[in-house]
Ligand binder design. Structure first.
Ligand code: FNR
Length: 193
């Protein structure tokens, strides 16, 4: 079965991107995937510093997170837009787990051959769309196949109902299509591998 790791790039308890991640997890399960939903707040790590890496190696939480990436076939990332880019939390986590830490480890082991879908939620009118551009580019550059569909949810503080569903038909449809592409592409690449 296709295994998906799903998380948001925000540590905030009431994060709207965590709401999107939770909804994506529910949708992916309905589409037949096995899903692990995690909270990056549970993987606290220092800002990347080559001296820390040289002195003590990867922080334990970076190793734990990297292991989860390795064990899954694909990812859904709900990424808040910070100043037209991604959050420092998300970038820092990806930077740490991009580093080798075992002997003869394949390059970018946590990412290569994997599939991702991306989405964002913002209180603004563009739904965090501008931050998805650098995220898509970065993931592609480190060997991840990013599916063409994506979802950007505007007016984020009013976008979900009490049950966690998206209230607007358009964004609800975009999420469903994006998750369907993620599950389909991940399954197809796994079969070809
Ligand atoms: C923001 N926010 C924001 N929103 C946006 O649409 N475009 C932007 O460029 C930015 N820039 C930005 C920078 C910083 C430093 C912060 C803290 C916030 C607002 C952001 O979308 C909003 O805080 C979301 O609610 C964050 O996502 P979570 O925490 O709800 O998932």
């Amino acid at each position: 079965m296709t295994k998906l790791l799903i998380f948001a790039g925000s540590a905030r308890k009431a994060s709207t991107n965590k709401q999107l991640a939770a909804l994506a997890a529910r949708t992916a399960k309905e589409a037949g995937a096995e899903v692990t939903l995690i909270d990056l707040a549970d993987f606290d790590m220092p800002i990347y510093n080559g001296d820390i890496e040289a002195d003590t190696g990867l922080p334990e939480n970076a190793k734990r997170l990297k292991q989860l990436f390795v064990e899954h076939d694909g990812f859904f990332i709900a990424s808040p837009e910070y100043n037209s880019s991604i959050s420092a939390l998300l970038k820092n986590a990806l930077d740490w787990i991009s580093r080798p830490h075992t002997e003869n480890e394949p390059g970018l082991w946590a990412f290569q051959g994997k599939v991702a879908a991306i989405g964002s939620v913002s209180p603004g009118a563009l739904g965090g769309l501008r931050g998805l551009v650098p995220l898509r580019m970065m993931l592609s550059n480190i060997g991840v196949t990013v599916v063409p569909s994506q979802v950007a949810v505007s007016d984020g503080f009013n976008a979900f109902d009490k049950g966690g569903a998206l209230t607007a038909d358009m964004t609800a449809g975009m999420l469903k299509a994006t998750v369907a592409q993620l599950v389909g592409t991940t399954g197809a690449l796994k079969r070809d591998a």
